[in-house]
Design a protein around this ligand. Structure first.
Ligand code: ZN
Length: 332
């Protein structure tokens, strides 16, 4: 079930050096994975941490092969708890995912009319944009709850013909009410929103469900998203901002994802872990020095980590990047 990862997952360099510190730290995620695949500590300890001397990424080698990596994020740990908590907290309390004052800073410094995110739709700024479009904030909870109800009301497997007919009438009624709610309480002026998705990678997706509703399906209904694959033909899409929130380290092709985002959008905002003690549930992690590698490769970057007034519980990095020079940022 393990595979060798001898070249860097980002830049493909073969120049990887084994780290001195190889202490194994267990956590909630890795324990769930160990129990799902019936692995003991000794087997997990075979994974060693290496640092890429070219782009400064840290990665485990060996690590799970692709088939098992996909199963980690679909079966062993299919629900992205953090993402759903973000949605539920917003629904019940009106709070947003914690990115400090990132959203305000970006809104003040950039003109955003077309915005996209990659995978996991409740991790980034889509809830902030959504909130701006609701005229009557009190309808927020009702709208989200009714959308969940509507999507699950279309699940009819195992029903009798009579039950199916009854359920169909209920779904139609729910949908009509949702339309009314939307027309009455939502601003007609909306920014164009996209979700780029990758269902068969080491990221939550095919089984990221809450009350039997999938995160991407719900997000599409709530946010009026256009769903695209980064592997398809993307001609004609010109974005102002592309957000990658904790998902660049959850793909086997991070360079392709970042390159595509930079090609599609004037600016790209990336939020990622930079914990030098790479945990075993991750194949790789970026480091703060990754920005030096990007600059060397003519990608302009601004490190926003310490500019957004956020309290960090573990080492994390926020950076804005672009193929064109980013005009001076105002921090207000
Ligand atoms: Zn590298």
């Amino acid at each position: 079930m393990f595979a060798k990862y001898k070249t860097c997952c980002f830049c493909n360099s073969k120049n990887l050096k084994k780290d001195n510190n190889q202490k194994l730290k267990l956590n909630f995620y890795i324990e769930a994975i160990m129990s799902h695949f019936n692995l003991n500590k000794k087997k997990i300890s075979k994974m060693k941490v290496y640092t890429c001397k070219n782009c400064n990424l840290k990665q485990n080698n060996p690590w799970f092969d692709k088939e098992h990596a996909i199963r980690i994020y679909s079966n062993a740990y299919g629900q992205h708890n953090k993402g759903w908590s973000n949605l539920i907290n917003y629904k019940n309390k009106g709070t947003f995912p914690d990115h400090g004052k990132l959203f305000d800073l970006l809104m003040k410094n950039l003109k955003i009319k077309k915005y996209a995110e990659f995978n996991s739709p409740f991790m980034g700024l889509l809830l902030n944009f959504f909130d701006k479009e609701i005229k009557n904030k009190k309808t927020r909870k009702l709208f989200i709850d009714q959308n969940i109800k509507y999507l699950s009301s279309r699940q009819l497997a195992g029903f009798s013909l009579k039950e199916k007919k009854k359920s169909n009438i209920f779904s139609k009624k729910l949908f009509k009410n949702l339309l009314k709610l939307k027309n009455k309480n939502f601003s007609k002026k909306k920014i164009e929103k996209y979700l780029f998705s990758d269902n068969y990678d080491m990221c939550w997706g095919i089984n990221d469900n809450y009350k039997s509703v999938n995160s991407k399906s719900l997000a599409t209904e709530l946010f009026d998203l256009k769903i695209k694959s980064l592997h398809s033909n993307l001609k004609g899409i010109n974005l102002d901002l592309f957000g990658i929130f904790h998902t660049l380290d959850h793909t086997f092709v991070p360079k392709k994802i970042l390159d595509n985002a930079l090609n599609l959008s004037k600016n790209v905002i990336v939020y990622c872990h930079v914990n030098p003690e790479l945990n075993k549930q991750h194949l790789f992690t970026f480091t703060k020095d990754f920005l030096k590698y990007l600059e060397k490769n003519k990608i302009f970057t601004i490190d926003l980590t310490n500019k957004i007034n956020k309290q960090y519980n573990s080492p994390e990095l926020y950076f804005l990047c672009s193929k064109k020079k980013i005009k001076k940022f105002n921090y207000y």
